[in-house]
Design a protein around this ligand. Structure first.
Ligand code: UDX
Ligand code: UDX
Length: 456
């Protein structure tokens, strides 16, 4: 039975995952190490550096009992029986594979630290999403030492989505554990399965070989993103034909073979995973000489860029082909509701385009304003921020709703309408609002994949 778990990387994945493990496994000591001292201090204080519903409550059950955060990685490594690695693996911005391949420098550095400080037998678990066959490289590094430390490498990809991380971890559809098909590999898989068995029913714990686990993670994200791009492609047809994408997605999703989820048309997917993982898959296919397969998956990302561009083009066209000196209130900057995360948020691209058209842009968001300020740093005096959506919309020519925060549904749109310039426009990039009612209030409403409701 395992006694000590270490996780390297206290980010969106490492922090919540370890908190849930610590909560359900009081007999295991869980330590999370991170190079970022500020982050560590925040986690350790019980006020996590990320916003995630339910996270603070889970932390409260185990912080100081069997969960702690530290910057002292070197001291934590030799004590651990099992080390999860969830450091970030961004897309490479340089050299071979730039723009597609994953930048594995943090991973390799981490593997070398483990090799240097580990003793006895340690199970190393890949939590970060990694290119297929990374485990092999990690294993080679770990076996390059001349000490007597022994290692097993497992792949245990995380499927949690931000905003629902805690419920995804508490009731996962499945837990996937990939390991070597040897007696030692199977024993390592069993040790990790026992950790999850504290709260996950056994039939939901799937075991595979390492490569299947690594590929399943990339493929799962590619499938989900492909559904979003598919419905967004349909939304473009809807806008030209008078079909309504809400009706079409309901009709498609009622087919049990297709299913209703991830058929929400919008301004395009964002987040740290979808684009990065698909590009990773594309790079892998290219390296394997599978060009047709590479182009197939790449089109999912191409369509996503098209959808973002289409949104701003529709705005420009509707507002008499010029946005110069017009005021646009941007409702929501996070890549989805219930998170302060803006990594790869479609709002970044949309706001940049609006600013390039010389509009005045005022961004509001309940959780993501600090990140938004960083993302749009240096944009100049036409850009402003406010926490108050009413203030953002005061005197504005248009509202562009970019994140599906529930609170935007509950705003007093009569009041907002009264304070706006004439004619007032509303571009709903998430199909969140009641378009007909807002049209009755007096807005010219443009929702994704639906005919415009305009008085002009
Ligand atoms: C996760 C996965 O790990 C990544 O592979 C996936 O594609 C996206 O989700 P996430 O938890 O969201 O990453 O990343 P992030 O919030 O950036 O957290 C990574 C943490 O690792 C950071 O706190 C960073 O300080 C830490 N880190 C990074 C280290 O402790 N050491 C390093 O060498 C590099
Ligand atoms: C995703 C995967 O869902 C998760 O399993 C994996 O571990 C990490 O990547 P995440 O990026 O946190 O999670 O959020 P997700 O809910 O998948 O949304 C991704 C993007 O797609 C968001 O920008 C969201 O707004 C968009 N989306 C989602 C749509 O535009 N329409 C939909 O119907 C669903």
């Amino acid at each position: 039975m395992l006694k000590n778990i270490l996780c390297i990387g206290a980010g969106y994945v490492g922090g919540p995952t370890m908190a849930v493990i610590a909560k359900h496994c009081p007999g295991i000591d869980v330590v999370v190490a991170d190079v970022n001292a500020e982050r560590v201090a925040a986690w350790q204080s019980g006020e996590p550096p990320i916003f995630e519903p339910g996270l603070k409550e889970v932390l409260a059950t185990c912080l100081g009992r069997n969960l702690r955060f530290t910057t002292d990685l070197d001291a934590a490594i030799p004590r651990a029986d099992m080390i999860f690695v969830s450091v970030n693996t961004p897309t490479k911005t340089f050299g071979r594979g730039a723009g597609k391949a994953a930048d594995l420098r943090y991973w390799e550095k981490t593997a070398r630290s483990i090799l240097q400080h580990a003793n006895g037998h340690t199970i190393v678990v890949e939590k970060s999403t990694l290119p297929v066959r990374t485990a092999e490289a990690v294993e080679r590094i770990l076996k390059s030492g001349d000490g007597d430390a022994r290692f097993d490498v497992l792949s245990n990809p995380e499927f949690l989505a931000e905003g629902t991380a805690i419920s995804d971890l508490e009731q996962p559809d499945r837990v996937l554990i990939g390991g070597a098909e040897t007696p030692q590999g199977r024993a390592a898989i069993e040790a990790l399965a026992e950790v999850y068995a504290h709260w996950v029913p056994p039939e939901r714990i799937l075991t595979t070989n390492v490569w299947s686990a690594e590929l399943s993670k990339l493929a799962a994200n590619a499938f989900l993103a492909q559904r979003v791009s598919s419905i967004n492609a349909v939304s473009a047809i809807c806008e030209r034909t008078g079909a309504n994408v809400l009706e079409v997605s309901r009709a498609i999703g009622s087919d049990r073979r297709i299913g209703a989820r991830f058929l929400g048309a919008g301004i395009g997917f964002g987040g740290s995973c979808f684009q990065k993982d698909i590009l990773n898959l594309v790079y892998l296919c290219e390296r394997l000489g599978l060009d047709e397969v590479a182009r197939y998956w790449e089109s999912v990302v191409t369509l996503n860029h098209y959808q973002k561009r289409r949104f701003t083009e529709r705005m420009i066209h509707a507002m008499f082909n010029t946005l110069a000196d017009k005021r646009i209130a941007v409702f929501g900057f996070a890549f989805k509701a219930d998170t302060g995360d803006t990594r790869d948020s479609p709002a970044i691209e949309v706001c940049r385009e609006l600013l390039a058209e010389q509009a005045f842009v005022c961004v509001t968001d309940p959780k993501a304003l600090p990140a938004a300020r960083r993302d749009l740093a240096g944009a100049g005096p036409r850009l402003s921020f406010t926490e108050d959506p009413y203030q953002a919309a005061r005197g504005a020519d248009a509202i562009a709703l970019l994140t599906d925060w529930r609170e935007y549904r509950e705003l007093d749109y009569d009041r907002i309408h009264a304070g706006m310039a004439r004619p007032p426009f509303l571009f709903d990039g998430r199909n969140l609002l009641d378009a007909e009612r807002l049209h009755d209030v007096g807005f010219n409403v443009y929702a994704i994949g639906r005919p415009e409701l305009s008085r002009l």
